[in-house]
Design a protein around this ligand. Structure first.
Ligand SMILES: Cc1ncc(C[n+]2csc(CCOP(=O)(O)OP(=O)(O)O)c2C)c(N)n1
Ligand SMILES: [Mg+2]
Length: 795
């Protein structure tokens, strides 16, 4: 049994000391002369010190996974330091270069962070979807040699303002969530303010409505003992009725203020007066501050009692800044202890100068006993927490059946459907998901083959009633599609959870999620979060752009190609043809499994490091090119571009296009062929990878690797400087505008800058200036020569 309460009390003190010292050191002692204001987070950290002490040192098991409230990072690092998983050097460099991170980071910290946090609300939802992922993995018969874990979020109370948490809860209810704990640090303070009264009651109701157990941990054991004394009931009632801001203010003001206020309000009642008088100021403050979230015995009791797989919310009353001079003050969020306050704190903690980092300094139990306790902490018992999983073998090529006229979206559905036919490990490890657009993004074929996932089987009523339908929706534990409600936030956090399964569950999944391209923006912070954690998945966004024509401006995306380029950890593609898509998908399934490895000197991309993949597709049927897929072409498609028509040595104009606009680019080249020499046509399959390779190669050259050349530089090697480049895509023109900087060519970038509208393709392409005629007009403007005969006057 690890509930050695004496040892835990000592460690609670030590954790608070180390976290406070880490922050103090970073802000006051280290050379920090950048003039930047950084958050203190001393108060937010102190708020969770007791809860995290109880959890990490006594309650959690190796199989449990935790998302720590971002601004409690110093407490997490302090705990890991005591467990021997964090170094003093990194704590001393907290917030500094290569130091322990301000917010726990899976990829940057060394101390076994289970889930990164930072953008509040996302880590909380990640635990829920990780629990569903664990169920998915185990239902498929994988990872059964490992015990089932619990996914735990340490949640700030103001964090619950984030709507994505409630979106996740709704999804959790639908999917039969288990093994999930959300522990709310109910300090009734946010960054700016003290939160509204009675929020806990709304939360309680809400969680219960979604099928959760709710445990309110309000009073600590000292308070409970006081309530049992004569007059205790009145004290309890007073506490219950006390407004949040007043409680906080009195916590800050201390024992004398408590005494005055209590005496003024309930002190004339004989018994209560005696209850108060029996305690000196310090003792009175200790009782009043002894909320459940700062009371080890109460916490241990409730955590140990929740010994089941029910989703459980613990609402733990805490004091922001507990144990520190700033406790309870409403301005304490970024507050830092002054050097004088730190000095006083040091004395209370009995820490000698020069011994601030000593693990057991100032504690009264013998170091051997504490060390023995730490050596037995269950959470730390199983070694490294970031697991590995072998790569799943992926076919070197996917062969789509040739369709003379088709769209990339149709091709995507057909390719996945084909994969779904096979009885291979590759097919089995794929898991698809979509926020209510499974059918309209063409996942239907795959889903009909592989079924929908649910822990309990559920037949398709339409099928059993023999009513014809294009979808055969049978749910079973073997199903491979997770159907989500519409919330795109949930899609990306689920992809984040599925895409970390290799590391969390030691079992690799190959997640593919689909949504409409414009709604990437709805889930964007969650997508960023997933990438920040290095989750691995393929997101297929379709349809996209004004090519959606009749659907109008509300469904047409403009900025997404730029998002794809700018998002770290995400390789983005916008193919025009299905054979390109097949090449990209085969590559993507391997790429999402890579880890480590060096930058390739071939294309200067981090292909061996791996990442997530974004495919921007379209519903526009276009005439396909019947061609043999050569190794060289395959490589160029993956590297980001290839010459559909190679420019001659005297080339005057190049048209570079991306995606569904290909027919316009081809037509434009045809229209100007007679009047401009050696016109080139560049198919850009990935502006993202093209520019990434280019910038990396330049950096390499600047560092002395004179032979470094990127793919785009090789493509443009023989393009003369006088040649103009017209770029065009159904998206923001900046996506390809940079191409001219590669070889110093003049560029006219065409694309969409303003909200779309309904209309036919011809209407819209003409209006937004991305049709063949607009391309020809742009070419004439930047590559002077005789008038281009086929150029119509642009209306
Ligand atoms: C999405 C997002 N918005 C804003 C912030 C800035 N921020 C950090 S902590 C915080 C308040 C948190 O209050 P609470 O969750 O109650 O934690 P406490 O400080 O009380 O521990 C805010 C607004 C953030 N980190 N993420
Ligand atoms: Mg709070």
């Amino acid at each position: 049994m690890t509930d050695d309460i004496a040892a835990l009390r000592e460690l609670e003190k030590k954790v608070l000391w180390l976290a406070s010292w880490t922050i103090h050191n970073a802000n006051h002692l280290r050379d920090n002369d950048d003039g930047l204001k950084v958050g203190g987070h001393q108060a937010s950290s102190a708020s969770l010190a007791t809860i995290m002490t109880a959890l990490y040192f006594a309650v959690l098991r190796p199989q449990d996974r935790v998302a720590v409230k971002p601004h409690a990072s110093p407490i997490f690092h302090a705990i890991q330091y005591l467990l021997g998983k964090q170094t003093r050097e990194r704590l001393e460099a907290f917030r500094g270069y290569k130091g322990a991170q301000s917010y726990p980071s899976r990829t940057k910290d060394v101390d076994d962070v289970d889930f990164s946090t930072g953008s509040v609300g996302l880590g909380v939802a990640q635990t829920l979807f990780s629990s569903l992922t664990q169920d998915y993995v185990r239902a498929h018969g994988w990872g059964l040699d490992r015990p089932e874990g619990r996914m735990v979020a340490l949640v700030g109370d103001a964090e619950l303002d984030e709507g994505n948490i409630f979106e996740a809860m709704l999804e959790g209810w639908k999917q039969g969530l288990r093994n999930c704990w959300w522990i709310i640090d109910y300090n009734r303070q946010s960054l700016d303010a003290v939160v509204r009264e009675g929020l806990w009651e709304r939360y309680e109701q809400l969680f219960k409505n979604f099928g959760w157990d709710v445990v309110v941990v309000k009073y600590g054991s000292l308070q409970q003992a006081a309530f049992n004394e004569p007059g205790g009931d009145a004290l309890r009632q007073w506490i219950d009725n006390c407004p949040n801001p007043l409680y906080s203010a009195l916590v800050f003001a201390g024992g004398a203020a408590w005494r005055k206020r209590l005496n003024d309000e309930i002190g004339d009642q004989g018994d209560v007066s005696r209850l108060i008088d029996r305690r000196c100021d310090d003792e009175l403050a200790t009782v009043m501050n002894n909320l459940g979230g700062h009371d080890l015995p109460s916490l241990l009791e409730v955590f140990h009692n929740a010994d089941n797989d029910r989703p459980t919310c613990f609402i733990c009353y805490t004091v922001k800044g507990f144990g520190l001079p700033m406790a309870g003050h409403k301005d304490n969020h970024a507050g830092l202890m002054t050097p004088a306050q730190m000095e006083a704190f040091r004395q209370t903690m009995a820490v000698r100068t020069g011994h601030e980092w000593d693990r057991f300094e100032g504690l009264s139990l013998p170091p051997e006993r504490l060390q023995t306790f730490l050596d037995r902490v269950p959470f730390a018992a199983a070694g490294a927490r970031l697991l590995q999983a072998p790569e799943i073998e992926v076919p070197a090529e996917l062969r789509p059946a040739f369709q003379a006229v088709t769209s990339t979206q149709t091709g995507f559905g057909a390719l996945l459907n084909e994969i779904g036919r096979a009885d291979s490990e590759f097919a089995r490890r794929i898991v698809t998901t979509s926020p209510d657009v499974t059918v309209s993004t063409n996942l239907g074929g795959f889903v009909n083959r592989r079924g929908l996932f649910a822990r309990q089987a559920m037949a398709d009523t339409f099928k059993s009633e023999r009513i014809p339908s294009i979808s055969n929706w049978e749910f079973s534990p073997k199903g491979q599609h997770i159907e989500l409600g519409i919330a795109e936030m949930n899609l990306f956090i689920l992809l984040s959870a599925l895409g970390l399964s290799h590391s969390i569950n030691g079992e690799r999944l190959l997640p593919v999620g689909t949504l409409y391209d414009p709604f990437i923006a709805r889930g964007l912070d969650a997508l960023n979060y997933a990438c920040y954690q290095d989750a691995r998945f393929i997101v297929v966004a379709t349809p996209s752009g004004i090519t959606l024509a009749g659907e109008g401006g509300a469904h047409q995306s403009i900025a997404e190609p730029l998002i794809g380029m700018a998002q770290d950890g995400l390789a983005s593609f916008e193919p025009a043809y299905v054979d390109e898509l097949a090449v990209i998908m085969a590559w993507a399934f391997a790429y999402i499994q890579k880890s480590g490895g060096d930058v390739s000197e071939r294309n200067w991309l981090r292909d061996e490091t791996g990442g997530a993949v974004y495919l921007r597709l379209s519903t526009r049927p276009i005439e396909q090119i019947s061609r043999a897929m050569t190794q060289e072409l395959r490589q160029q498609i993956v590297d980001g571009a290839y010459w559909l028509r190679k420019p001659g040595p005297n080339c005057q104009v190049i048209v570079a296009y991306s995606g569904a606009i290909a027919p316009e680019a081809i037509a434009a080249v045809g229209l100007m062929a007679e009047d401009r020499r050696d016109v080139g046509l560049l198919a850009v399959t990935s502006a993202d990878r093209l520019i990434a390779g280019w910038t990396a190669a330049q950096r390499a050259r600047e560092r002395g690797l004179v032979h470094a050349r990127s793919h785009v530089e090789r493509l443009f090697a023989h393009v003369p400087a006088h040649c103009g480049i017209v770029t065009v895509l159904d998206g923001h023109p900046a996506t390809l505008a940079w191409l001219g900087a590669v070889g110093g060519n003049r560029v006219r970038p065409l694309g969409v800058e303003h909200f779309g509208q309904t209309g036919s393709l011809a209407d819209l392409y003409r209006d937004y200036g991305i049709d063949a005629n607009a391309i020809v007009a742009a070419a004439q403007a930047i590559a002077p020569g005789r008038p281009i005969r086929h150029l119509k006057a642009i209306p």
